[in-house]
Design a protein around this ligand. Structure first.
Ligand SMILES: [Zn+2]
Length: 127
């Protein structure tokens, strides 16, 4: 269990999430360097509502693509937002959840299903 939201860097400094064997941007190998996004603000660049969420996924299932800029590099992540007033440009922060899904509606063997992860919380809604 990791409460932090960690992205890795390739040897040329591109941010990658999720981690791949080779950097999707330049095909270099990944370095051991990481960046913790847990306390950083990201920006919603687009979002959608899935009107037919799969079993176990909360409804409404609002998904956002969030961009982080760190040291001149950017990385985009997809994640849930439990706020129906989300707008493009909103500033967000990742929030750890031990139960992203409902275990009673498991699609696979319970033991192989990952239940924890991050969703996003909107900051400064009045700005
Ligand atoms: Zn790279």
């Amino acid at each position: 269990m990791n409460l932090d939201l960690i992205v890795k860097k390739c040897i040329k400094g591109h941010l990658c999430y999720p981690t791949h064997a080779l950097c999707p941007n330049c095909r270099s190998i990944m370095s051991e360097e990481t960046v913790n996004l847990s306390q950083l603000e990201g920006t919603v660049i687009t979002w959608t509502t899935s009107t037919v969420p799969p079993p176990g996924v909360r409804s409404p299932n609002i998904l956002a693509i969030v961009e982080y800029e760190v040291g001149g590099e950017s990385v985009k992540l997809i994640g849930g937002i439990e706020n129906e007033s989300v707008k493009i440009g909103d500033k967000v922060r990742p929030v750890y959840s031990s139960q992203l899904r409902d275990p009673d509606h498991c699609q696979r063997v319970m033991e192989c299903q990952k239940w924890s992860g991050h969703r996003f919380e909107i900051l400064d809604k009045d700005n």
